[in-house]
Structures are given as C-alpha cells and as structure tokens.
Design a protein around this ligand. Structure first.
Ligand SMILES: Nc1ncnc2c1ncn2[C@@H]1O[C@H](COP(=O)(O)OP(=O)(O)OP(=O)(O)O)[C@@H](O)[C@H]1O
Length: 579
C-alpha cells in the first residue's frame, strides 16, 4: 500500500480526469438506480390503471435517464482511460530513465528479466488497476448502498430478504478476494521466471545451438511455462467460480422475495410492481458487490507490481555529480593514486593499490592474466563505478569532481563485448558523435579498418544491423565499435581487448591509423596479446589486481620476470611480436 501511495504522485498531473471520471460514474449509477422505480410506476400506476398517458410519460422519463446515464458512463470511461494511460506512461518513462542511468552496481541488483517485467507487465497492471479504480470503485459501493436505501424506502415489506442474502454475498466475496490475491501473487512471480528464461535463452541462442542444448532448453522452458499455465488456470478458475456462486445466492433471494411478495400482495400490502423493482434492486446489489470485489482483486494484483516498480525507481544512483562539478575541457593527463576497488565489499578487492601516471597523448597498454582486473581498471576511469580507496586524477583534478557528462564526453570507450544496436551502421556510429558528418563517418571507418567491408555491403553505411549485430562477424563488430569510439576524437580513448577477433595484419593497420588520427589523445589499450601493447609508452602488468610491473616493453623485458614469461609463452604459441 505504501508503494501505491508513493506512485500517486504520477496521478497529480491528471487529477482533473481522475476526479471527473468517478463523478460521471455517480451520474450513471444514479440514473440506473432510478430505472426500476420508474418501471414499478409503469406497472402499478400505468398498466394497472390502464393510463396510457402515464405510461408514455414514465417511458419518456426512462429514456431521458438512459441517455444521461450513457453520457455519464461514456464520459467516465474516457476520462478514466486518459488518466490511467498517462499515469502508466509517465511511470514507464521514469523507470526507463532510471534504468538507463543505472551504474554497474545498480544494474547488478536486478535481473534483466525482472526489469523487463517491470517496464511491461507491472506497469500494465498498474494502468489496469487505476482504470478500474476510477471507473468501478465508485460504481460498486454507490450502487450497493443506493440499491439498499431505495429498497428500504420503496419496498420495505421485502427488505428482510436482504438480511439473508447480503451477508452471505459479502462472506463469499471476502473468501474469493483473499484467495485470488495469493493466487495472483504466485502468477506474478512465475511471470518473472518466464521472462528471465526467455531473455536468457534468446540472447544465448547461439551458445545453446553450439552445445546442442536446444532440447534441454525447450524442456526447461516447458517446465516454467507449464507452471505459469497451471497458476493462471487456478487463478482464473477461482475467479470464474465467483459469478455462478453469487448468482445462486441472488436466485435464492429472488425465490424468497417471490414467496414473501405473493403473501404480501394477497394481503394487499404491496403491488406486483414492487416485487419486480425489488428483484431489479437485488441484482444491482449483487452487481455492486461484485464490481467492488473485482476492483479490490485488481488492486491486490497491482500492489506487488507497485512495490516492484517503486524498488527500481528508488534505487539510489551511486554515481552522481559532485556539488559544483568541474566542466572544464580535459587535456588527458591521467594519474591513479593507490586505487583499490571491490565489487563485493565483503570479499578481497579486485584492484589493490593501483598507482601509475600517463601523460596526455601517451599510450598505456594493460596486460595480465584473465580476471586480473584489467577491464575493471578502465571502467573506473569512465566512472562506471567509483573507487573504494585512493584517487583517480585527470589533469590533476579528482575525477569525482568532474561533471559526469564532461568526463564521459571527453572519453570514448570500446568495451570488450562490441555492443551494437539494431539500426544502421551510420546510426551506430552516431552514438559516438550524434552530429557526425558523412566525412567523419568515413574517416572513423578508415581508421578502424572497417571501411572496406562496409563498402562491400549493399547499402554501405545504411546497412541495417540485426539485434546483437548477428549479421556481422566478430572482427567486423569489433571494428565498428572502434569506429564509434574513434569518431569522437576523444581526449582519452579506452579500448578493452577490442582486437581479440581481429587478425594481426589488420590490427597493425588499425594501430597505425589510430596513431595518426588521435595524435594528442591518451590511449588505454587492454589486451592479452603482447603485440597489441608492446608499442605503448607505458605498459602495466596486472596480476591478481595489483600492478606487478610497469614500464616500456624494453624496460620490462629487462626488469620484469613476469612480463618475460608472458612474452615467452606468446612466442612459444606462435604469437606475432615483432611485426
Ligand atoms: N560485475 C561484477 N561483479 C562482481 N565481480 C566482478 C564483476 N565484474 C568482474 N568481476 C570480477 O572482478 C575480477 C576482475 O575482472 P575483470 O573483468 O576486471 O578482469 P580482466 O582482467 O579484464 O579479465 P579478462 O581478461 O578475462 O577480461 C574477476 O575476478 C571478476 O570475476
């Protein structure tokens, strides 16, 4: 419930619609409530006394009520939908923005499947609940109370029937609401599991095929799918049983009313029309109670969704701007001073006491065993995470003091996994520089040695990439990701193992082009290949999160046993060292 209150701020801009909708609904219900009384008057005062004028007048009154009621109902639907759709759309937009700004550690707290459920299913659930709340929540109680009051004044002789019927109806509905809340909560949890499975299976479809695990995956999915179907079925069956049971209770009420009514009519206490009107009101009482319970069920279903949405919206961004952040242009001097970092604060740090200095325009090569902390080190430079201890300086200013946009705007990052988007090659490059000209695009493609293969494509830079750029080879993807970084002409360029899928001749060309294109930029090149980093002005050798040696290739050959070992292994394996 707390979560629902927190989300109520999203309704504020649409409060006029949210107020108008129930008011119009009251109008519709009021008109509905008048109808049986008019009908009673037609029977008792018109038909019984054979007075056609009275019948016509009452009929006209009935029509007027019906038209006003229709306007009330239609207006309520229009305004409630407007409020609910906009409310949900704003929440969805905020969720998307929050997730987009998530840092690595924020993101690690949620599975992708769960975030997708948040953005789709949960928001949809909130929209439906609000729509129903605005439309029916007023209708149900108002119709119930209205019908009871009207019966009290117009059919008091039959009022006692309500004492038997209404409590039974209320108990039935209470049991159903309780049952359906717990059933729908289980459905929601299973949807989460299904979404996570779908997301994981589809993104890993190639691995699944390569390992011939299709049957296993299909079987595994069938398991969760069956569970979801079972839970949905149980919940639906419970809801479906509600109508016949309440109808049965109401039918008993009608029989009671008829039995009592016949006695009263024979005794001359009431007219027949009163019985007809009473039966109508009894149906309204049932409808009123049922629609109230439907709304309560829908709200109960939406509460877990609201809670999950609020958890994401309230996730504190851990990478934020300092007060009065520095926005000055970056030159590119980088200094790490005793930097330590851990993903999980409970365990040993992934990086320990990292200290080095790189002058603007120089090239830093980072090499080390897998898992030694190379990618982590450069992610810290882009402030994708913040250091736990020590300080990273750029141009002698701690990076925490920079405006994040200024910092990231001066930096270009080509990550280990070349993530490209499902749009054209040109648009992908424009992620690097949104206003890039045709010429700049060509230049960047040439620098990363991607020009030739792009030229061979039918539509060249207008070639559409599939999701995950599966219509490109690994090396082509890497080169496009590099073009996207190079097009920015950044002050600091970070390439995280971006040539692992590129042959050594192509790599040599790229290195040469990059040197020319980015003369003044500081370049960080992470690689497991000596050939990729041996030309660097400074090479950092990482082992188990520590820098065990640093210097130029020649210096390290003399001073570092560890470096010599890496070189020796790569020579043994036929690595190209001296091209
Ligand atoms: N998001 C994360 N959450 C928790 N631990 C992580 C995370 N990312 C990396 N690690 C751990 O941090 C350590 C360093 O990882 P990192 O990716 O920096 O190594 P690396 O040297 O770049 O390895 P590789 O050459 O295989 O890419 C590893 O032990 C890894 O398991």
């Amino acid at each position: 419930m707390h979560a629902a209150i927190k989300l109520s701020k999203y309704l504020k801009p649409y409060k006029h619609f949210a107020i108008l909708a129930p008011i119009l609904m009251i109008l519709e219900v009021a008109m509905d409530l008048i109808q049986p009384t008019i009908m009673q008057k037609i029977i008792d005062e018109g038909i019984a006394t054979k007075d056609p004028t009275h019948i016509m007048v009452m009929f006209a009154a009935m029509m007027v009520c019906a038209i006003i009621g229709w306007f009330g109902g239609a207006g309520c639907t229009y305004f409630s939908s407007k409020a609910a759709v906009n409310f949900a759309s704003d929440i969805r937009a905020d969720l998307y923005e929050t997730i987009t700004y998530f840092s690595n550690s924020n993101k690690d707290k949620f599975t992708l499947g769960k975030l997708i459920t948040n953005l789709t299913n949960d928001v949809e659930m909130l929209q439906r609940a609000l729509n129903m709340l605005l439309k029916i929540f007023v209708r149900g109680p108002f119709m119930f109370v209205g019908a009871v009051v009207v019966v009290f004044f117009t059919a008091r002789d039959l009022f006692s029937v309500l004492f038997y019927v209404v409590p039974v109806l209320i108990v039935c509905l209470y049991v159903f609401i309780k049952l359906s809340i717990s059933l729908f909560r289980k459905v929601q949890e299973t949807i989460d599991v299904v979404n996570t499975r779908v997301q994981e299976n589809l993104s890993g479809i190639r691995v699944i095929k390569a390992f011939n695990r299709m049957r296993h995956q299909v079987k595994q999915f069938a398991g969760v799918n069956e569970e979801l179907a079972k839970r949905n079925m149980t919940a639906d069956q419970v809801i479906a049983a509600l109508t016949p049971i309440t109808q049965f209770v109401v039918n008993i009420g009608i029989v009671l009313a008829l039995m009592l009514g016949v006695v009263k009519v024979e005794a001359g206490a009431i007219e027949i029309g009163v019985i007809v009107a009473f039966i109508n009101y009894l149906m309204m009482i049932m409808n009123g109670l049922m629609s109230s319970s439907n709304v309560l069920i829908q709200i109960a279903r939406a509460i877990p969704s609201a809670e999950r949405v609020v958890v994401v919206l309230e996730e504190q961004r851990d990478i934020i701007n300092a007060e009065n952040p520095v926005k000055k242009e970056i030159r590119g001097d980088v200094r790490f001073e005793n930097v330590s970092f851990s993903y999980n604060k409970q365990v040993e740090p992934v990086l320990k006491n990292i200290t080095f200095e790189a002058k603007a325009g120089s090239t830093v090569g980072i090499i080390g065993m897998t898992g030694s902390g190379k990618s982590t080190l450069i992610k810290l430079l882009a402030r994708l995470m913040d250091v736990d201890e020590g300080t990273i300086y750029i141009d002698d200013i701690p990076i925490r003091q920079y405006d994040i946009e200024t910092l990231r705007g001066s930096l270009a990052f080509a990550p280990q996994k070349a993530t490209l988007f499902s749009t054209t090659i040109e648009e992908n490059l424009k992620y690097g520089k949104s206003d890039a000209t045709e010429e700049e695009i060509q230049e960047a493609l040439v620098a990363s040695n991607a020009y030739e293969f792009v030229e061979k494509l039918d539509k060249k830079t207008q070639h559409e990439l599939t999701q995950g750029a599966t219509n490109l080879s690994g090396g082509q993807k890497q080169r496009l990701a590099m073009s996207r970084a190079l097009i920015r002409k950044p002050k600091i360029l970070v390439l995280d193992d971006t040539t692992s899928a590129v042959d050594s001749i192509t790599e040599k060309v790229i290195r040469k082009n990059m040197k020319e294109a980015l003369e003044g930029s500081t370049k960080f090149i992470v690689s497991s290949k000596i050939s990729s980093i041996k030309h660097a002005d400074l090479i950092l050798v990482l082992e188990d999160g520590r820098i065990v040696a640093q210097g130029t290739h020649e210096e390290l050959l003399k001073t570092s046993e560890h470096y010599r070992e890496i070189v020796a292994t790569q020579v043994e394996k036929g690595g190209v060292l001296y091209e």
